[in-house]
Write a protein that binds this ligand. Structure first.
Ligand SMILES: [Zn+2]
Length: 95
């Protein structure tokens, strides 16, 4: 299970603008990176938002039912959400 959010994103700690750290609520470090990372500012924001995104997707997908003829078919919001949640949780989907 992932560390409880919200996670805090801090750019420029110790005066180094090209670095970031993502902190857990208890000040534990989730990850750190720098401008060697592709799209580092945007991707750092995405990483830091992960707990809220996970919670939001779980809430939004509640009650959704598969509308595809075949489970796992692209274009079905239920299956898109289910696939993303499985990826986030390290689960393997049985199709
Ligand atoms: Zn579906």
């Amino acid at each position: 299970m992932n560390t409880q959010g919200p996670w805090e994103l801090v750019f420029g700690k110790n005066g180094k603008e090209e670095e970031f750290v993502v902190y857990a609520p208890d000040d534990g470090t989730i990850c750190r990176g720098d401008d060697e990372m592709v799209g580092f500012r945007d991707n750092a924001r995405l990483i830091a938002a992960a707990p809220e995104l996970l919670e939001a997707l779980e809430a939004c997908s509640e009650g959704l039912e598969c509308v595809a003829n075949t489970e796992g078919q692209s274009g079905c919001n239920h299956c898109i959400a289910r696939t993303a949640l499985a990826k986030a949780k390290g689960e393997v989907l049985n199709k």
